[in-house]
Ligand binder design. Structure first.
Ligand code: RNT
Ligand code: ZN
Length: 411
């Protein structure tokens, strides 16, 4: 089937493929730098700690800023559209001595900004409240030790300054996501104290008069992490309440809920009460394992909600890290899967489906929801890729294999 034929077929159910292709090109996805090096960063040679873990030892990981930038550029060359890059504070670029987290500033991120300017990427940011000796007894912003809290508060403020710098230099707002691993392995005797301390620490961070127009703070909740199985300070309810009362955005990570919860169902409520929804698109397998996202039901359901409620109301960022497969392939596959699900959602007769729901024609609704899954999506995707100048099918992987042989495996 040709694109023209597919277009005709879709038009019979009231779907304009041209509109869909044009809309998809305008949805930026923030690609997480940390898939490129297993969340290691450039401060130490150790791996990630603090409730998160990468498993696997696939060769070729980036160990220098130059390598990480080159790998991101290469991945982006196989992803249709224009996107953003999501950096973490532990990816600062240091000269001889590593500048500690409480003293980081734009200086350590200058090379990233120069690179992003040249390549046309927007930058997003994250303070790094993990993989550091000042994570004491698993706590940072909620530590009972005021000195530890003060250190991390300072880090948060410095990160807001870095986010301002990104936004100003690159002329695009910078989303800065706060996630802290704080929690306890076993049942705590005081659940309130740590939460009061975390709220106070965050208030101290946000007292810094950051540029409200350019910097978008988001706050991410979590159910549990490895080693913090019994209690997470930044639980879903805590984050919802904090974000709502302080007028910042709450961030949903798809891996941070009970596995039987429907994360897509949360989106509409978030949108109603926050105005915008920040997302970490991830894939939990039995736990918050951060597997590469697949075109599965969860991703499809999230994409449908994003499309139905207006992609402009969402900050879409990916968050997974698999060290057991080619890291560049993991990026390209995940980014393309996200876009494919968005496109599938756009190619559904959404207005008609809504009408069927409102008229209580649940039979027709179910039939149509299922039938449209078998429409010729592939041709529209291929046309989109053609227009964006990237391979439509698995040929992209040939390019990755070549890059792997010529660059990654030589490291
Ligand atoms: C951890 C959170 C957090 C991190 C990144 C690296 O469970 O999902 O978003 O994955 O900040
Ligand atoms: Zn996350």
């Amino acid at each position: 089937m040709s694109y023209k034929e597919a277009q005709k077929k879709y038009s019979k159910i009231g779907v304009d493929t041209e509109k869909a292709v044009a809309a998809l090109a305008k949805i930026p996805v923030s690609m997480h730098c940390w898939q490129g090096d297993d969340v290691c960063g450039f401060e130490t040679t150790g791996g990630a700690s603090g409730g998160i873990q990468t498993t696997g030892n696939y060769p070729g990981k980036a160990t220098t800023p130059q390598q990480l930038m080159a790998d991101i550029d290469f991945a982006m060359s196989l992803i249709p559209g224009k996107h953003r890059v999501n950096l973490h504070a532990c990816y600062g670029i240091h000269k001889d001595k590593v500048v500690d987290r409480d003293k980081l500033g734009p200086e350590q991120f200058k090379p990233w900004v120069e690179w992003a300017k040249k390549k046309g990427y927007g930058l997003d940011f994250n303070p790094t409240f993990f993989s550091h000796p000042k994570v004491v007894d698993g706590l940072t912003l909620s530590s009972p030790d005021p000195k530890i809290r003060a250190f991390w508060v300072k880090h948060g403020i410095q990160c807001l300054k870095i986010a301002e710098y990104f936004a100003k230099e690159l002329k695009t707002p910078c989303a800065i996501n706060f996630w802290a691993p704080d929690g306890y392995k076993d049942e705590p005797s005081d659940r309130l104290g740590p939460r009061m301390r975390m709220a106070d620490s965050l208030d101290r961070i946000f007292k810094y008069r950051y540029d409200r127009k350019r910097v978008i703070p988001t706050f991410e909740s979590k159910l549990f992490g490895i080693g913090v199985e019994s209690y997470t300070v930044g639980s879903h309810e805590f984050v919802m309440g904090y974000a709502q009362s302080r007028k910042i955005l709450a961030l949903l990570d798809m891996g941070h809920f009970h596995l039987s919860e429907n994360v897509a169902d949360k989106i509409s409520s978030f949108l109603m009460f926050f105005g915008k929804v920040a997302f970490h698109i991830s894939r939990p397998v039995r736990w918050d394992s951060d597997h590469v996202i697949r075109q599965n039901d969860d991703l499809a359901a999230a994409a449908r909600e994003i499309v139905r409620m207006g992609p402009e109301n969402f900050l879409i960022a990916l968050d997974y890290f698999d060290a057991s497969i080619c890291r560049v392939a993991a990026w390209v596959l995940g980014m393309r899967n996200m876009q494919k699900e968005l496109l599938k959602a756009m190619l559904a007769p959404n207005a008609e489906l809504k009408r069927l729901q409102d008229e209580a024609d649940f039979t027709a609704q179910l039939v149509m929801q299922e039938e449209c899954k078998n429409y010729p999506f592939e041709e529209v995707w291929a046309e989109f890729c053609r227009r964006q100048g990237v391979p439509a099918g698995e040929e992209w992987f040939d390019a990755v294999r070549k890059y792997e042989k010529e660059v990654l495996l030589k490291r």
